[in-house]
Design a protein around this ligand. Structure first.
Ligand code: D41
Length: 678
C-alpha cells in the first residue's frame, strides 16, 4: 500500500473541521460564519479530494451528512422517509452530464427524457404530515433523518393548510417544501428590529429558519413566512399519478402553494436554457433563490434510478452564484437624503456579488454600525439580492488589521454644516438644514422630477446636481423659469436637448393632484398614500385646510403620516414654494370628492403582462385610488387578474385557482365606470 501524502491528510482534515464548524454555526446556532460561496468552495474541494482518494472517506465527513443535531426545546421527529439532499451542478456542462448519467441508467437518449424544473428556494426545508386530510405533524429537515417537531409554529403560516382542500382527500399525505421570507417582508422585519434594537437577521433564509424555531408560536405568527411545496413524499392512495408534475398539480388542488415557475422540459439543452433564463429573472422574483432543482419527471424512472448515499440519482441542484461575498471596508461616507436623513455608506473594495460589481453598501444608521461592531479596514460580508441595496451583514473580526479605524458619526451635516439632530426614540439622525442644505435640495428635486412624480423627461440626476451647484435652482418652482439659452451654456447640453428639456418642463405642468402631492416629497407620503389623499380631499385647498382628525380619516393614513402632512402645510417656506409652483402654471383636473366607502374596498387585484394604453404603475395607482389593494402575485385571495400582452405564470395560476381574469379592454371599461360612479 502506498504512503498517503501527509499534506493531503492535513488539507482534508482542515476542510472537514472548517465545514463542521460552519455547519454547527449555520444549522444549530443560526449564526453563519462562512459565506455560502466559501462553504460551497470548501465542500466542493473536499468532495473532489475524497473522490480522488475514496479510501480516505470516513462516515463522519461533512460530505457524508447534511446537517447537525436538532437543538433543545422541540421534540424529535423521525422522518418516515429520509429527507434527501441534492447533488450540485455549477455549469451547463454539469447539467448535461447529469442528464447523460440518467439516460445511461435508463438506457434511453437524454434528449427523450422529461425533466421538471423549478427554482431552488433559499429558505428552510420542512415536512408536513396530513392524516385523513388534517395536519398532524410539521417538522424541520434536521439532519435528514430526524428533525424538530415545530407543528405549532408551522400552523401559524397562512400558506400551510390546516385541512386539505377539496372532497377526494388522501388518507395519508406527507408534503415537503421550503419556508421562505420575501425580500419585502424581510426588509420590513429588519427595519423594525433595527428601530427596536432587537435581533437583525443576515438574510431571509436565516430569518425564515430563526422564525420557525421560536419557542413561542405567537412570535412565528408575526413573521411573514410562506410555505412552498416541492414534493409529495407519501401519498395514499396515489390515484395513479405517474409524474412529479402531476403530483405538484394535485398538491395545488389540495391547497398548497407550488412554484409559479415550475415547468417541464425535454432534454438537457432545454433544461440548461431554463436555468439560464431563470438566472436572468432571479433579481425580479422578490425572494431569494440559489439555483434550479431539476427532477426526472417520470415517477417510475425515479424509482428505477433510486439514490446513492443521501442524494437521489434522479435530481440535481443547479447552483447560481452566491449572493454573499467577502471584501474590505475601505471607508465610510455619510450621505444626506431628501428628508435630511444621514445614511452611512460603506465604500468597499469592489467585489462581484451574483454577477454585479458592488463597491458601495448601506450601513443604515449609527446603531447598525454599533451592532455590527465594524471598523474601517475590516473584512466584511456583503449581501446583494434583487432590488435591495447591498448591505454589510457581518464582520470577520479575526481578520481585523492593526491599523483599523473607528467610524465616527458626524455631528454636523457633511454637506451644509448644519447641526445633526437625532430625535428621542428614532434610529435616524437628520441634518437640520432643510432646503438650506444643498444635498436635501438635490434629492427633493430628483424626487419632484421623477417618473412617478411630475415625470420630467430629460431632467436627470447629474443635471439637477449642476443646477443646484450653480444656484440656478433652489426650489422646484425655479425649474420652470429655466430658459433654453441658459441651459445651452451647460456642458453636454446642446440646442436640441435644452429646447427638449424646456418643452418637457412645460408638458409636466399638466399633471394630476395625486402626482403633485407625491412630488412634494412629504415624509412617508408615497405614491399610494398620495393617491388616497388626493382622492379623499379632491382639491389642494381642502388638503391644506385639513386638521389631523380629517387627515386620519383617509384610507391608510395613520397618526404619524397625518402629522407629517399637517406639519408640511404649516411651514411658511413650503407654502411659498406651493404658491410659486402654481404661479409657474402647474395645473390638474379638479375632481369630485369621494363619498363613503370606495368601490373596490376589500378587493385585491393583480396586474400582469404589458398593456397598450397605460403602464402597470398607472393601472395600479387607479385601482388603489378606487380602494383596491394591488398585489404582486396571484393567490386564492385575488379578486381579479388583469392580463396584458404576454401574461405568463400568473395567468396560469389564476386559471388554476379559478380567479377572474380580464383583458386590458375590459379593465379600462370597468375603471371608467367605477371612476364615474365615485
Ligand atoms: O426549492 C427548494 N429548495 C427545493 C429543495 C426544491 N424545489 N425541490 C427539492 N427537491 C428535493 C427532492 C428531489 C429530494 C425531492 C428540494 C430538495 N429535495 C431539498 N431541499 C433540501 C435538501 C433537499
Amino acid at each position: 500500500m502506498s504512503q498517503t501524502d501527509p499534506r493531503l491528510l492535513e488539507e482534508i482534515s482542515q476542510l472537514r473541521a472548517d465545514l463542521d464548524d460552519a455547519n454547527y454555526r449555520y444549522y444549530v446556532l443560526d449564526e453563519p460564519k462562512l459565506t455560502d460561496a466559501d462553504y460551497d468552495r470548501k465542500l466542493q474541494r473536499l468532495t473532489q479530494l475524497e473522490a480522488e482518494h475514496p479510501t480516505l472517506i470516513s462516515p463522519d465527513s461533512p460530505t457524508q451528512r447534511v446537517g447537525a443535531a436538532p437543538a433543545d426545546g422541540f421534540p424529535e421527529v423521525a422522518h418516515a422517509i429520509p429527507m434527501l439532499s441534492l447533488d450540485n451542478a455549477f455549469s451547463r456542462e454539469d447539467v448535461v452530464a447529469f442528464a447523460e448519467r440518467v439516460a445511461e441508467r435508463l438506457e434511453c437518449l437524454a434528449e427523450e427524457i422529461e425533466f421538471s424544473c423549478e427554482p431552488k428556494l433559499d429558505g428552510a426545508a420542512v415536512s408536513l404530515v396530513y392524516e385523513q386530510g388534517v395536519l398532524v405533524i410539521g417538522a424541520t429537515r434536521g439532519d435528514g433523518r430526524i428533525g424538530e417537531g415545530i407543528t405549532s409554529n408551522l400552523r401559524t403560516l397562512r400558506s400551510v393548510p390546516l385541512k386539505l382542500m377539496g372532497k377526494d382527500l388522501p388518507e395519508l399525505l406527507e408534503v415537503r417544501g421550503e419556508v421562505i421570507m420575501r425580500h419585502a417582508g424581510f426588509e420590513a422585519l429588519n427595519d423594525r428590529a433595527r428601530d427596536e434594537g432587537s435581533k437583525v437577521f443576515a438574510n431571509p433564509r436565516n430569518a425564515a429558519a430563526g422564525s420557525l424555531r421560536q419557542l413561542d408560536p405567537r412570535i412565528t405568527a408575526t413573521r411573514p413566512l410562506e410555505f412552498h411545496a416541492y414534493q409529495a413524499a407519501r401519498l395514499q392512495p396515489d390515484r395513479g399519478d405517474t409524474t412529479h408534475s402531476a403530483l405538484m398539480a394535485r398538491l395545488s388542488t389540495l391547497g398548497f402553494r407550488t412554484s409559479a415557475e415550475l415547468s417541464t422540459m425535454r432534454g438537457p439543452q432545454a433544461v440548461a436554457d431554463y436555468c439560464e433564463q431563470l438566472g436572468e429573472k432571479r433579481d425580479q422574483l422578490g425572494y431569494d433563490i440559489d439555483g434550479v432543482v431539476i427532477k426526472v419527471n417520470d415517477l417510475r424512472h425515479q424509482r428505477e434510478l433510486g439514490f446513492v448515499a443521501r442524494a437521489p440519482r434522479w435530481a440535481v441542484a443547479f447552483k447560481f452564484p452566491a449572493q454573499e461575498e467577502v471584501t474590505t471596508l475601505n471607508d465610510v461616507e455619510f450621505q444626506v437624503g431628501r428628508t435630511g436623513a444621514i445614511t452611512p455608506v460603506a465604500r468597499l473594495e469592489p467585489v462581484t456579488v451574483a454577477g454585479v460589481t458592488v463597491s458601495n453598501a448601506t450601513l443604515h444608521n449609527a446603531d447598525e454600525i454599533t451592532r455590527l461592531g465594524v471598523m474601517i479596514g475590516d473584512t466584511v460580508a456583503i449581501r446583494r439580492a434583487g432590488d435591495v441595496i447591498p448591505q454589510v451583514v457581518r464582520v470577520d473580526t479575526d481578520k481585523r488589521p492593526a491599523d483599523a479605524r473607528t467610524i465616527t458619526f458626524p455631528d454636523h451635516c457633511p454637506v451644509c454644516g448644519s447641526d445633526i439632530e437625532r430625535l428621542e426614540g428614532e434610529a435616524v439622525a437628520r441634518c437640520s438644514g432643510g432646503l438650506y442644505c444643498a444635498a436635501q435640495r438635490k434629492e427633493a428635486l430628483k424626487h419632484f422630477a421623477s417618473r412617478k412624480a411630475l415625470d420630467v423627461d430629460g431632467l436627470g440626476e447629474k443635471l439637477i446636481e449642476q443646477l443646484v451647484d450653480l444656484d440656478w435652482v433652489k426650489t422646484p418652482a425655479d425649474l420652470f423659469h429655466l430658459t433654453a439659452e441658459q441651459l445651452q451654456s451647460l456642458p453636454r447640453m446642446g440646442e436640441k436637448s435644452s429646447t427638449n428639456l424646456v418643452n418637457a418642463l412645460n408638458k409636466a405642468k399638466n399633471t394630476t393632484l395625486a402626482r403633485f402631492i407625491y412630488a412634494l416629497g412629504i415624509r412617508e407620503v408615497g405614491e399610494a398614500t398620495a393617491a388616497n389623499v388626493a382622492n379623499h380631499f379632491g382639491t389642494l385647498q381642502a388638503l391644506q385646510d385639513a386638521d389631523l382628525a380629517a387627515l386620519e380619516a383617509v384610507n391608510d393614513v395613520g397618526p404619524i403620516v397625518a402629522a407629517h402632512i399637517h406639519t408640511f402645510f404649516r411651514q411658511p417656506h413650503n407654502l411659498e414654494t406651493l404658491q410659486a409652483l402654481l404661479d409657474a402654471g402647474i395645473t390638474w383636473q379638479e375632481s369630485e370628492v369621494t363619498q363613503g366607502p370606495t368601490p373596490l374596498e376589500g378587493q385585491t387585484w393583480v396586474l400582469t403582462g404589458a398593456m397598450d394604453t397605460m403602464t402597470r404603475d398607472e393601472g395600479k395607482a387607479r385601482l388603489q385610488s378606487l380602494g383596491a389593494k394591488v398585489a404582486g402575485s396571484v393567490s386564492k385571495k385575488t379578486t381579479c387578474l388583469v392580463a396584458g400582452e404576454a401574461a405568463g405564470s400568473k395567468l396560469t395560476k389564476a386559471e388554476q385557482l379559478g380567479v377572474e381574469v380580464i383583458d386590458e379592454a375590459t379593465f379600462i371599461e370597468r375603471l371608467a365606470a367605477w371612476e364615474q360612479s365615485e
